[in-house]
Design a protein around this ligand. Structure first.
Ligand code: PHE
Length: 370
């Protein structure tokens, strides 16, 4: 019996050494099975108690139980230690660096044309203009006849019109509007005078090169009231361009011109300079590196147009203008190829587009920050 206990003590010491040096939970479990498993040496020793005399058992039982408890405690303690180490290692390897930039996600941007339309609306709203709209599929009467271009008028040919086939002849003929001026007629017929509107939108002409696309954008302006004269037109355009380009040194050139629906008519040019391949407004024209860009037409509303729109021309006078939105966008934001505006290339949009958060406001500035 004494020999058995000596044997057990050395088995216990060997087991405790093996337990404390177990490097992994698997190695530790092997030690548990070897000692405490069904066929483990501690379990076998406990089974020998059945064959002992009561006296022997009274002495051996507490000794074997003590060995069992020691080994079990050592295993439990080592298990806690190994599990804690494993958790440490896992936490260390699975850290997330919250200072890293967020991954790229595809995001859209606001097209420069949309951005500029918002800017226009903001500036003209402050000057008391409402935004009006009209159909892009227009009839001949609104697009031409009511604007003092009857069937035989040569200016019609200059508009390179897209006509719809198989529509009623003459004034009922349908077409893609060639300018935003028909909105003048629709607004006057609907609201009468006095009136103060802008009408931004798409227009269509069948020509195409580096500076002309079959679809482009215009903004129409119309003011009709008593005592309106050319000075009001000039002040309005100058005030608008200064606010739009956010600089005071804008040079506008108003050139005598001809439109059937205005009399007199003036063409509106703005001075710009070339800086590398960028165009920047604020040039003075004529001098080296400076030039003029034609931005649109304008003039005093022809009295025949007022009459056709149901406004009495003896009581009311008006001015109107039509500006190319794409052109003023190119000048403000430094693009030099109009065709890229309508290619729908996401790389161009990512470069020249604007954040939806860039809402133009007069207080924060109508220029985009991007
Ligand atoms: N509708 C003219 C064009 O497209 C521009 C214009 C508008 C001229 C209003 C005078 C007055 O060329």
């Amino acid at each position: 019996m004494g020999k058995t206990m000596t044997e057990m003590t050395s088995q216990q010491d060997a087991a405790l050494t093996a337990i404390s040096s177990a490097a992994t939970l698997e190695a530790l479990d092997e030690q548990r099975v070897a000692a405490l498993g069904k066929k483990g040496w501690v379990s076998l020793a406990l089974k020998t108690l059945g064959g002992m005399s009561p006296d022997e058992r009274a002495e051996a039982a507490p000794a074997i139980q003590a060995v069992r408890a020691k080994v079990a405690d050592a295993i439990a303690a080592k298990k806690d230690e190994l599990e804690a180490a494993e958790l440490e290692a896992q936490l260390a390897s699975e850290t997330v660096d919250l200072t890293l930039p967020a991954p790229d996600t595809a995001s859209g941007s606001v097209h420069p044309v949309s951005q500029v339309m918002d800017e226009l609306a903001e500036i003209f709203a402050d000057l008391g203009f409402a935004v009006a709209t009209g159909p892009e599929i227009e009839d001949d009467w609104h697009n031409f006849t009511a604007l003092n271009m009857d069937e035989s008028h040569p200016a019609r040919a200059m508009h390179d019109t897209f006509y719809f086939p198989d529509t009623a002849p003459n004034e009922g003929r349908m077409l893609l509007r060639t300018h935003t001026s028909p909105v003048q007629i629709r607004s006057m017929k609907e609201q009468g005078a006095p009136i103060r509107i802008i009408a931004p939108g798409r227009v269509y002409r069948s020509d195409s090169d580096a500076t002309h696309t079959p679809m482009f954008h215009q903004v129409e302006g119309l003011v009709v009231d008593r005592g309106i004269h050319l000075g009001h037109l000039k002040w309005t355009l100058e005030t608008f361009f200064k606010a739009f380009f956010e600089r005071e040194d804008i040079t506008l050139r108003l050139r005598p011109s001809y439109f059937p629906f205005t009399e007199p008519s003036v063409e509106v040019d703005v001075g710009y300079s070339n800086e590398g391949d960028r165009r920047v407004v604020g040039g003075h024209g004529d001098a080296e590196g400076h030039d003029w860009m034609e931005l649109g037409g304008s003039g005093m509303v022809n009295r025949r147009v007022l009459e056709m729109a149901g406004v009495g021309p003896d009581e009311y006078q008006g001015f109107a203008f039509g500006l190319g939105i794409d052109r003023i966008a190119m000048l403000k934001y430094g693009m030099n190829d109009l065709r890229a505006f309508f290619d729908g290339d996401p790389r161009w949009l990512a470069h020249y587009g604007f954040s939806p958060f860039d809402q133009p406001t007069l207080s924060a500035g109508v220029g985009a920050k991007a």
